[in-house]
Structure formats: C-alpha cells, structure tokens
Ligand binder design. Sequence first.
Ligand code: ARG
Ligand code: ZN
Length: 848
Amino acid sequence: MRDPAPKTIYLADYTPPAYWVDDVHLTFRLAPSSTRVVSRILFRPNPDAPGPFFLHGEALTTISVRIDGQPVSPTPVEGGIVCDVPDRPFTWEAEVEIDPQANTALEGLYLSGGMYCTQCEAEGFRKITYYPDRPDVMAPFTVRIEGDAPVLLSNGNPSGSGPGWSEWHDPWPKPAYLFALVAGNLVAHRDRFTTRSGRDVELAIWVREGDLHKCAFGMDALKRSMVWDERVYGREYDLDVFNIVAVDDFNMGAMENKGLNIFNASAVLASPDTATDANFERIESIIAHEYFHNWTGNRITCRDWFQLCLKEGLTVFRDQQFSADERSAPVKRIDDVLALRGRQFREDNGPLAHPVRPESFVEINNFYTATVYEKGAELIGMLRRLVGAQAYDRALQLYFERHDGQACTIEDWIAVFEDTTGRDLRQFKRWYSQAGTPRLDVTDSFEDGRYTLHFRQHTPPTPGQPDKDPLVIPVAVGLLAPSGEEVVSTTLLEMTEAEQSFAFDGLSARPVPSLLRGFSAPVILTRSADNAERAFLLAHDTDPFNRWEAGRALAKDALMRMVTDGAAPDAAFIEALGLLLDDDSLDPAFRALALHLPGQDDLAQSLFDAGVTPDPGAIHAACEAMADAMAEVLEQRLATIYDAMQVPGPYSPDASAAGRRALANGALSLLSRRDGAARAATQFAAADNMTQQLAGLAALVRRGRGEDALAAFYDQWRGDRLVLDKWFGLQPGLAQPQDAADVATRLTAHPDFDWKNPNRFRAVLGALAANAAGFHHPSGAAYTLMADWLIRLDPVNPQTAARMTTVFETWRRYDADRQALIADALERIAATPGLSRDTGEMVNRIRG
Ligand code: ARG
Ligand code: ZN
C-alpha cells in the first residue's frame, strides 16, 4: 500500500499471462501471527505470450522455494518476484509465512473476532502466497487446512478431514480472487437443495453460536435464488455443498468465492426483533447476487479488472430481476432508480466520473463503484429492452455455452448479442466507454392529428473526456388523451442521433406524453413540463414508474421554488399527494414511496444543474417547511392511514406486510409533527419488531424527544453489534444541522465505537455525511471531523478509508467558503505522510 510513486494501470496495456496454471495445491498451518502457507503449483509456459516468470506477492516472508524439487532463489521486484524457470511445464513449491493477526486492512487472510477469514477480490491473494494474481489465470484448487478451530472451510467439495485438519477440492478452474478460507468456532444453520437435474446440495450458513437464530431468512432467500436461476436463466448449481459465512469485519457487502460465500454479517443475519424490513430486503438481494455470481463471475469470469462490469453489471441486473419477481416490480424499479440517481448520478456528475468500463486505474478497489455496478446493470437493461426479452434469453444461453470456463471481455459479451440478433451494436458499446449522465431534452408539437416528439441528447464533459458522441437511447413512450385514456401504449423509440424526432399520427387531440417509462435509459430527462401536466400524469399514467416520477417532479419543483424564490409549500402538490394516499387500489409500498420527499443531496444537485449554488441549510429548511405543511394539511388522512396500515399478527418480512409498515411509518413521521410524537412513543414502547421500534425511535429523535428512548434502546441492544450500528447511525443521521458534528464527535468517543470495524466506522461517519445539512454546516466542523478520522483510518484500513473519501466528491457544487473548507480537509488528507495508494488516488481525483 505504501507506494511513493503509484503506478497507473491501463486497459490498453493488457497482455496475456506468460504462464498458465494447471493445478494448485495449498496447505495452511494456521497460527494467529505466523500462519504458514505451502503451495505446490503446476505451471506451463504460454507459447502465445512468452515472457518473464513473474508472481505477485505482498507482505510475505519467504521460507523456501523449489522448482521441480530443487531450491531456487527468486529475485524480489516491485509487487512480487521473478525467477529463472525451465522452458517446459514445472512444479513450483513455496513456503511463506504471513501474519493474519496484524492484517487490519481486511484483505488477504485476516482475523475477525478470533475467526480466520479471507477477502481476495480484487488483488488480495498475493498477500497469501506467490501467485499470478490476475483473473485470466484459472486453475482447480486443492486446499488442506491445519488448525485447532472446530470448523475449517475452503472452496469446492470437502475431500477429507480429521482432528485438526480438513481438505477441500474445487474442480472448477477459478482465478485466485475467488479463493476463500474460513476457520473458527462456528455453528451451521443447515438445509438442503436438489437441483433440477438431481444433484443434492448441502447448504449451510456458518455463524457464531449466538447468531444461529438469525439465519432462517438468508437460507430461504438462498433456496429461492437457486430455484429462480434454474427457472429464469437455466443455471444450476455445480458443487455438492454451498457454504455461506457471516463475518463481523468486512470491507464490503459480501463476496462470491466459489462454494464459500463470505458475507458481512449485516448482509446475511436477520431476525424480526433485530432487522428492519429494509434489512431483510437487502439481505435477500445480496444473497441472490452472490449466488448468481456462480455463473456470472465464477464459471465465466473477467479477463482483467477493467472488465469488472462484465460480472458486476450483469449480476446486479440479475439480482434486480430476482427481487422484482419476488416482490413488487414497480416498487423495485423505483427503489433501484432512487439508488442510481442518489449514488451513480452523483458520481457521474462529479470529479470521480468514469466509464462503466474504465480505461485506467491506480487501485482497482477504488472502482467497485455505483457506475460499474448500477450503471453497468442499466446497460444490460437497455440492451434487453432494445433486442427484446426473447433475444436476450437466447444471447445469454449463447454466452453460457460459448464462454463457460473462460475469462472474458465486454467484446465477448457484446458479440453474443450481435451473433444472436444480427444487430450492429457498435454504437451501443459507447455506453461502456463514455462517462457522464446523458441529458435528454424533449420538446413536442401537434398539428393536423400528428404529434411529434423532438429529442436532443448531450453528455456533459467528464474528467479526461471533454467531447462526447451520441449514444443509443431507448426511450419508452406512451401517450394519454386529455380524458386520461391511453391512446398510444408503451412504444420503444430508439434514439441514435444527437437530435431526432418521432411522430405519431391519427390523434384527435394533443396528447400528454409519458416519457422514459420504467426509466428506460439512465439519462436526465429535461422538459419544461408545467405542473398541470405532472399532476395529470400523477393521476392517470398507466406506467407506475412514471406516475411516481410525476409526483416526484412536482415535489422537486415545489421544493426548488421554496429554496430559490422563498415560495410557500405548494398546495396543489399536497392536494395531489393526498388523493394518491387515499387511493386504496395502489400498493401501500408505492404510496409510501410517493410520501417521501426527494433527498436533500438530490435537490442540491438539481439546483446546481439549474445554475443555483445550493445552500444545504436552506434546502433542509425548505424540506422541513414542506413536511410541516404536508402534516398539517393531510393530518386526518395520515391518521387514518396510520391506523389502517397496522399489520396484525406476528411479524413477517414479506413485501406486502413491509409495504404496509412503510406507509404507516411514513405517516407516523409526518404525524409526529402534530401530535408531539405521542404515536411514535407508543409505537416505540410497544414494538415487537425492529422496523417498528426503529421508526418510533427515529420519529422521536427527529422531534427532539429521543433522549430516553435512545438510552433504553442502547440498554436493550448493547450486546448486538448490528443493532448497535443502527443506534450509532441514527443519531448523526437525524441530528439538527448545527448539532450533527457534535453528535458524531461524541459518538466517536463512546466506548463501543470500535472504529476498526468498518460497519461501526461507517455507521457514524457515513451517517454524518448522509445528513447533508449537518455535514455541510457552515462551521466546517463535520469536514474537520471527517478528515481527522479518514487520516486515522487510512493506515489501518486503506480500502474503507478510500471509499469514504467520496463524501467530498460533490464539493464543487458549493459556495466559495465551503469549497475552501473542503479543500483544506482534502489537502490535509493528501499531505498525510505515508498515505495509502487507495486514499491517495481518491483524493487526487476528487481534488481534480
Ligand atoms: N464481488 C463482490 C460483490 O460484488 C464485491 C467484492 C469487492 N471487494 C473489494 N474489496 N473490492 O459481491
Ligand atoms: Zn458482485
């Protein structure tokens, strides 16, 4: 990590490996600070790409190295070793020593709460032993683990065990980033699954004893994922066991290691009393995501890390399809678009903008981004829309047939679509290389029964890409008659030019357009629609996404006028919202989404795009005033809804019950502005599940009446790490703008603030940053606190520190005073002696 002159790696420089690996045998002799790793690897020269024999290796103490049994002395070079080797296949044997105990970066082999575990993606295997640590080198692995822990796990199928050892064999060739090992005092929640061709698979979720009651939902989600992938993609599981392990200390959500998925405990453990509906939903999608990687990622992997979206975009798309099938598809789409706009558009419109397939990086871990994942998934959705669902299925079957066992590129991916459909996708491919969110300006005209839509697309410059070419944009459109009746049902317009018009004939009156239905492309649509048109769509659109979008546009327009012109809360918007809330034919989850005001960060970006320097304090005040007005005008309706949406009987995390709770809790939050938070206090005290308890607590804290409840919550849950994270996160997240930095400062001094645990660190500092008005309070106190903690975390855990620097990525939006304060914070981080390559790259890019 310490690197005085970090090197930039370029996609254009890719060369195939000089040596292939035919077999890997590893022996681990586990000891906390002196684990021995013995490797026996069969190498074979690659006649197509002759070159020196180089193996990656980092922080390894070499004990011995032999080639074909003869001791050799490899030469250390930057990032690994080189060695003279014979010009034929040979056996490499090395023994190295590593120190899992000292590994706080949580990359490679490390200890978490006394348990050994690994994280090798992207480039962690080189911290375990010498190896060509690149995804295009695939090999079968046999792993022997020796240690005194009762449970010793690795990839593949178990092939032997005895007291103090176990052996695993993974027959499927895989790259080293999918290697995993777990050893510890774990217990299993077990189940089984029979694949449709009759393979019996033993399933297990491994946890610490006290967490055994939190596994049932994850297991159920796993089995549903397995069924779904067979049914929808024809993909079956391919080993005799499938193991999932929950780990407390983990940099990311989870990892798809072959046959041995490792999960951040927060992404798998859930019980009704400790997890919210949102937690259950997230767990379901992450379990599915990691399981789906078995085919999209593992059986077919990436040639190099520039192709990361090949597996991540596709696997996110697949997990989104799964959740849409298991739950409400429109609600899922709205949630996904909210996340896309909140994280990916933010990234695409700032200094960190990069293509879905980047062309260079310093530290690949910095590119596990919303752009690679979420925009990557949108590209697949567009491709499916353009070629049609059936052609998509055929292309995917060809992909699996043609590329099983290979390490592939985006070119391979595009080729299966071109080959199955005969379409030329060269222009579509620009989506992979061109960064930035396209703007799509729309105007319309009507004459003699002909309605014409005129589109103009342009993508603003992004770092390193001043000029942009036109993209293929699938625009799903429907037309409504003034009566509200749909006269043209959803039609896909394919825009390919910078400017293009589409005409609809035979209309008796000027229609109202419903544009970009289902959010058919990841673009920012700009149209000077008036609010009457939006209210009309909110009332009549048949496309649920656009119905929601119309309400959101109304809310946004109202809030922006409050900020810029000091306008009063828009009565027409509140009235339209009231009608929607009363419409019992609408899914409660959908109504709950409509009740949520646009996020304050989103409003800041929209103001900035409109040429206004956003003031987070003013945005916060406008949102408060709007919520007050909504609560006042809609009080009766909200009270009725709150009562009607209570879910009787024992808690179930299913989508319909969760939707009712979401609507009830949305109402509760507003009602608390009227009833002195009386309902919230009652709900908090009576709750038998975390969703209700936390919503009650949040409403109390928001109203400044949370003190006793916070103390009670802490006493009740101090023994549960995941629930305590909620307690830590809620306070800076909901603090008043002027208090947020103080609240966070106080929490970082709390004895339970275990800052080396990424979940705990993010709970406090991440929540502070998410409180836009608090984070950007003009005092600059939050900026200072954030910089202090990033500087402290960086030497301990560069990956998590680097990721958190994105809290500053929007800094150019703000006024000169705030920019100066943030510039100081960034400068201070950049000037830290020994700053990691990870954080160094991020801070440089953010500073621009
Ligand atoms: N492949 C994992 C997933 O998408 C993410 C692992 C990323 N980890 C990292 N350290 N970069 O599920
Ligand atoms: Zn993934």
